[in-house]
Design a protein around this ligand. Structure first.
Ligand SMILES: C[S@@+](CC[C@H](N)C(=O)[O-])C[C@H]1O[C@@H](n2cnc3c(N)ncnc32)[C@H](O)[C@@H]1O
Length: 221
């Protein structure tokens, strides 16, 4: 069964623009887009032989001319038609290095759909500093893991964000979905457990500050 996380990622994609899925692995995003009858071009990109072979098999199964794949590194082979780029299932440092290696490509990339498995706040800060706005966010809970999905888009009107918004996500803060509450209630529990186990006063003060911040967010009206 294809995951809730990947279904949500596909749900973030707008019709009508060519899409590149960087780090496609088995090409499940391509498969989902094909099943939806996606009409624009979709390119799966893999930089490792094994995953590329899996991806190729999926592209052969899909068997539609608008679904293609390449063995290549990050954004380097993208042409100007690929306005939407997906970077999912990687950590912040990999995502950052993929973009920084081909920074010129953001002249034409309009939308990034990102599922980073680490450093959510750094991810938001990074894309906002590149000139993108945060237009969609969702937290998905699957297999006992919380995934933070983000859609970043360029706009003529560049928004500015507070540190709190960059840390928790402006849309997450606004919506406070059940998954958001679940994620931060479990974070509260973890912080409290750590406090009970340590003697480091500085760390305890930091954790207490974090607990207060999260409780204010969860319990404010
Ligand atoms: C954990 S998998 C994620 C697969 C899928 N995107 C997902 O979200 O389930 C990460 C994939 O990214 C690929 N990858 C890592 N760095 C890459 C790069 N610079 N260019 C292309 N693919 C890359 C890896 O080979 C790996 O298959």
């Amino acid at each position: 069964m294809i995951s809730k996380r990947l279904n949500k990622i596909v749900g973030f994609i707008d019709e009508g623009h060519d899409v590149a899925d960087i780090g496609s692995d088995h090409g499940l995003v391509l498969l989902l887009l094909s099943k939806k009858g996606f009409k624009a071009n979709v390119l799966g990109v893999e930089n490792k032989q094994g995953p590329y072979e899996n991806l190729s098999k999926t592209v052969k199964t899909i068997n539609k001319p608008n679904f293609q794949c390449i063995l290549g590194n990050g954004l380097e082979n993208l042409t100007e038609n690929y306005k939407t780029v997906i970077l999912a299932g990687m950590g912040y440092s990999t995502i950052k290095s993929i973009i920084e290696a081909n920074l010129d490509k953001i002249d034409f990339i309009n939308t990034f759909i990102v599922d980073s498995h680490t450093n959510q706040d750094e991810i938001r800060r990074f894309f906002v500093n590149l000139g993108f706005n945060i237009v969609k966010e969702e937290i998905v809970y699957e297999d006992s893991i919380f995934y933070d999905l983000e859609k970043f888009q360029k706009s003529n009107v560049k928004k500015s964000y507070t540190d709190k918004e960059l840390k928790y996500g402006p849309i997450n803060l606004d919506k406070k979905t059940e998954e958001f509450k679940l994620k931060y209630n479990s974070k509260l529990l973890k912080c409290k457990e750590i406090i009970d186990k340590i003697n480091n006063e500085k760390r305890i003060t930091e954790l207490k500050r974090e607990i207060k911040e999260i409780e204010d967010i969860l319990y404010e009206n």
